[in-house]
Ligand binder design. Structure first.
Ligand SMILES: *Cc1c(COP(=O)(O)O)cnc(C)c1O
Length: 575
């Protein structure tokens, strides 16, 4: 197939898009992501390269990464820096820019990573770096830790990303940037940099509503967090100290403060011409949170080729070779014979069990129903919900067939609640012993996610509604013919067709936090619907696997998602 998408996209859109994100997941060797937000950023940039969209990425270098997770035999997490070698993965760029932070001149360098798309179009990603000898020892640390440090450290990082990113793009000569996409509020200070440029020569204090409007026309904002506490906020005094009196006063005049703090979400909302949540329900929840702003919804996706395991890549290449260029073709997975789906899945499962054995020394049972749960360990995801009633779980395995469960996920170093959940899973694993094998794998990352989402038989998702803005790991599973069993929240409200693409826990009408009620429904569905299908009617189970690919793999991908951003947010065609 010859689509030459880059030529047509360039012709239609003379302006390019600068995509700003505090975290980006490009490859496992670049550990500058913490979870779904960064993986989404990486998948977006990959799809931009595939579609020939003129896009450039901006992020921080994070020399010490997020962190490497260690778990002791009781599930206590400790952390060490995830040191990596930028010079092995990235190309240094000679350009330097200078920022004014706390009255000091901070020099910023950049490294380039080139994402090459399926047709050869490339997208550059710039990693900003302050570890230069001319900077003070403190300033050199500003691009070390993703989500490390205190408010002060994080505001300095936000300044490097937002102000430094805009300055760097300009210094690189990229004056075609017409759209700045803020992927979450961390990069919202870019609006201030654009306002400074808009008022160049006359000073920020002269900024008018018309200047602000001119900046707004260049900004798009995606919010990801459905809880107010999840949004970065900085005390006004700190803002004045870090950014200086003039910028702080300008933010005040632009009504960016609420209750004595600079809320990055409000800053982004004020300056964005288009704002969206990351699934339909999340758009509604965000509208309730920020009633004074119009909030749209574009549901997340995943990069199909990246998240499809080798056995399924081979199968799709043979049966629907167009899928790599155009993910819509995954719809035609409905025509793939069931035994080929089963065979590819068995291979993906074997690869996962090999990896599990390599890491833990435990050989899980290839024939046993294997559940997977992996995501950031934080209380609202309720990773331990499955263990509410261990006797019930033992009984299910005894009556219907063996069950084994694989877990993974990191808790943020300060997230005590998340760490408690990991320990609880270790306790449950010890209590269940051989009745239900439970393993928790260390150091969840993109490489492990690729194997885990593809190799289990059922992907479990138990967030507390409505806190899962979207969720994307279930989409990765779907691409590999792994159905979900999930609470009706985030993307699953859209992707769920009962008994066809997977199963729901409840009908979404239950009280939002009733763990006992929800887990009772979960156990019932496992025992009476899913396990009997898996063990008693394997080809009916394979039909669900196939429909998950055809219905959800073909839609919940970043190719569809980015096309929606182009149409609705970047270059709207509806006036
Ligand atoms: C996909 C992915 C996530 C996000 O998973 P959710 O289902 O959105 O929570 C987090 N971490 C890694 C390493 C991933 O690959």
């Amino acid at each position: 197939m010859n689509m030459e998408p880059s030529a047509s996209a360039k012709g239609a859109h003379p302006h390019s898009i600068a995509y700003f994100s505090m975290e980006v997941g490009l490859e496992p060797a670049i550990p500058t992501y913490a979870g779904g937000l960064g993986v989404l950023a990486g998948d977006t940039l990959r799809s931009a390269a595939d579609l020939g969209v003129p896009m450039v990425g901006v992020t921080l270098l994070h020399r010490k990464g997020y962190f490497t997770q260690h778990l002791d035999p009781r599930g206590n997490q400790s952390e060490t820096p995830a040191l990596w070698a930028p010079e092995e993965a990235l190309e240094p760029v000679p350009t330097r820019v200078t920022l004014d932070i706390e009255g000091r001149q901070v020099r910023v360098a950049a490294w380039r990573y080139v994402v090459r798309g399926v047709s050869g179009h490339t997208v550059a990603v710039y990693f900003l770096d302050t570890a230069l000898p001319e900077n003070s020892a403190w300033d050199q640390t500003l691009t070390d830790h993703l989500y490390g440090g205190d408010d002060h450290y994080r505001l300095c990082q936000a300044a490097v990303l937002g102000l430094g990113g805009v300055a760097m793009l300009r210094a690189l000569g990229d004056d075609t940037v017409g759209v700045h996409h803020m992927n979450e509020g961390h990069s919202a200070l870019l609006a201030l940099a654009l306002l400074e440029r808009q008022t160049e020569g006359r000073g920020l204090q002269s900024a008018t509503d018309a200047d602000m409007e001119a900046v707004r026309r260049k900004c798009v904002f995606t919010t990801h967090t459905p809880v107010p506490a999840g949004h970065d906020q900085f005390p006004v005094d700190l803002v004045r100290h870090v950014l200086g009196a003039e910028r702080a006063a300008a933010l005040e005049r632009m009504h960016c403060y609420t209750d004595g703090t600079l809320n990055m979400t409000y800053l982004a909302l004020r300056f964005a011409n288009y704002t969206n949540g990351v699934a339909m329900r999340h758009g509604e929840v965000s509208t309730d949170m920020f009633p004074h702003y119009p909030i749209n919804a574009i549901t997340n996706g995943v990069h199909a080729v990246t998240w499809t395991a080798p056995p399924f890549r081979t199968l799709y290449d043979r049966r629907i070779p167009e899928w790599r260029y155009d993910n819509h073709y995954l719809r035609y997975a409905v025509g793939i014979p069931l035994h080929e789906i089963q065979q590819a899945h068995a291979e993906a499962k074997r690869e996962l069990l090999d990896e599990v054995e390599k890491r833990t020394g435990v050989r899980l049972n290839q024939a046993a129903m294997t559940l997977g749960f992996a995501r950031r360990a934080t209380p609202y995801k309720r990773a331990d919900l499955l263990f509410y009633d261990l006797d019930r779980l033992r009984g299910i395995a005894r009556r219907v067939g063996p069950l084994q469960i694989i877990y993974a996920g990191k808790a943020h170093p300060w997230d005590e609640g998340g760490k408690v959940i990991i320990r609880r899973i270790f306790e449950a694993a010890a209590a269940l012993g051989d009745a239900v094998r439970v393993l928790y794998l260390e150091n969840y990352d993109m490489a492990l996610a690729r194997q885990l989402c593809a190799g289990v038989d059922l992907w479990i998702n138990t967030p507390q509604r409505p806190l899962e803005a979207s969720g994307t790991s279930g989409m990765k599973a779907a691409l590999n013919g792994v159905p979900s069993l999930s609470v009706l929240d985030g993307w699953w409200i859209e992707g769920h067709v009962e008994g066809i693409t997977g199963w729901s826990i409840g009908d979404g009408q239950e009280p939002p936090d009733d763990p006992f009620g929800e887990v009772t429904l979960l156990y019932a569905k496992l025992e009476h619907v899913i396990l009997p299908l898996f063990y008693g009617r394997p080809s009916a189970f394979a039909e669900v696997q196939r429909s998950a690919i055809a219905l959800n793999g073909s839609f919940f991908n970043t190719q569809r998602m980015l096309t929606q951003y182009l149409r609705n947010a970047y270059f709207p065609t509806n006036g």
